[in-house]
Design a protein around this ligand. Structure first.
Ligand SMILES: Cc1ncc(C[n+]2csc(CCOP(=O)(O)OP(=O)(O)O)c2C)c(N)n1
Ligand SMILES: [Mg+2]
Length: 345
């Protein structure tokens, strides 16, 4: 089979190349249903967290994934249980889509002992090794070599495991991105580079730091199968994820997926994002991932609005249970803190 990479672009883009999305293949109704539930869970979880943040119950940095939920949902649904994932500083959606326990996530965000890191890590350090989630990362691009290492480890051990490496447009301008991509390419690793292109790095628009903002082309330059897709449509992301995992499992990895998206808030929860052009914000709001996922489940699974409202009620109840668990959990003890500081003295 030829290894020559293709360069599919999102159909909104001006390129004549075909979209990565296969022609409407048979799609079992469970797929859009599960995608809707995941996308809505990520959305509702973060909106609830933001309320807790405003009340002072969550402290420190919190980078919302609002508007980008479809990427995590689509990619993670295409993975198997045995696969790996590495996340970013904007990682709540990745953890949730990978099946993290909402109570333990919420407890971590509230700094409680029952959290994923015993309340010591917070938003940017949630990891869940039991589900192959090797962790969020406060260092932009820091997860990329960890993901490549996981894929290399799987190769050395003879295990059929794919590593989904979530990273950002800002990370793509960091040297570690190209070094890691090149290593993954020369070793044909089963790695899926999921480039979440939300078109900003903090307040810096991508166009001002990348002469060619079509970042998927960087993968082509390294001989890597690379596509640009609509990151707001969970179904399109899922299909790209399926195709990418299939290629990896046939020894044709790595794959780079550039998922086009946009933040619905500023860089972090206290950034009003007033520098983002209003027309772009409203364009992407009109392509809201939750609405698109709802549309898919109605169109492909014949779901009604009542059904969707029922799913939302179930998810909302799960999130309230997670909040109650986190609030009732104990904070780390002063003794544990003193013990930890002793390790470094
Ligand atoms: C190596 C490194 N440099 C700088 C920072 C500070 N910083 C935090 S987020 C960020 C930019 C993030 O933009 P992007 O990588 O596009 O991710 P996004 O926030 O858009 O998801 C920067 C520069 C950092 N955390 N790590
Ligand atoms: Mg960005």
């Amino acid at each position: 089979m030829s290894k020559r990479p293709t360069g599919d672009r999102h159909p909104d883009a001006s390129s004549p190349q075909a979209s990565v999305t296969e022609p409407p293949a048979a799609c079992p109704p469970q797929v859009p249903e599960r995608l809707f539930r995941l996308v809505y869970t990520i959305r509702a979880f973060e909106l609830r967290c933001i309320k807790l943040y405003r009340r002072g119950l969550i402290r420190g940095y919190f980078h919302p994934y609002l508007g980008e939920e479809a990427i995590a949902a689509g990619v993670c649904l295409a993975l198997d249980d045995r696969d790996y994932l590495v996340s970013t500083h904007r990682g709540h959606g990745h953890c949730i889509a990978r099946g993290a326990n909402l109570g333990r996530m919420m407890a971590e965000l509230l700094g409680k002992e029952t959290g994923y890191c015993g309340g010591r890590g917070g938003s940017m350090h949630i990891a869940d090794f039991a589900r192959g989630n090797l962790g969020a990362n406060g260092i932009v691009g820091g997860g990329i070599p960890i993901g490549v290492g996981a894929a290399l480890g799987a190769r050395i051990r003879g295990e059929d495991r794919v590593a989904a490496i979530f990273h950002s447009d800002g990370a793509a301008n960091n040297g570690v991105f190209t070094e890691s991509l090149n290593l993954a390419a020369i070793w044909d690793l089963s790695a899926i580079f999921v480039l979440e292109n939300n078109q900003y790095a903090v307040t810096t628009p991508l166009e001002s730091v990348s002469r060619d903002p079509n970042l998927y082309k960087r993968g082509l330059a390294y001989g890597v199968e690379s596509w640009q897709i609509d990151g707001n449509d969970a179904l399109e992301v899922f299909r790209a994820g399926q195709r990418a995992t299939a290629l990896c499992r046939h020894g044709r990895g790595p794959v780079l997926i550039e998922a086009m998206t946009f933040r619905q808030m500023g860089h972090h929860v206290n950034d009003p994002g007033s520098y983002m052009p209003a027309e772009k914000v409203s364009h992407y709001r009109s392509r809201d991932p939750v609405d698109l996922a709802a549309g898919n489940v109605m169109r492909l699974a014949g779901a009604t609005k009542d059904y969707l409202d029922g799913v939302k009620r179930e998810v909302d109840a799960e999130i309230e249970a997670a909040v109650a668990y986190a609030v009732a959990s104990a904070s780390p003890s002063i003794d544990a803190f003193i013990e930890a500081t002793r390790l470094y003295s």
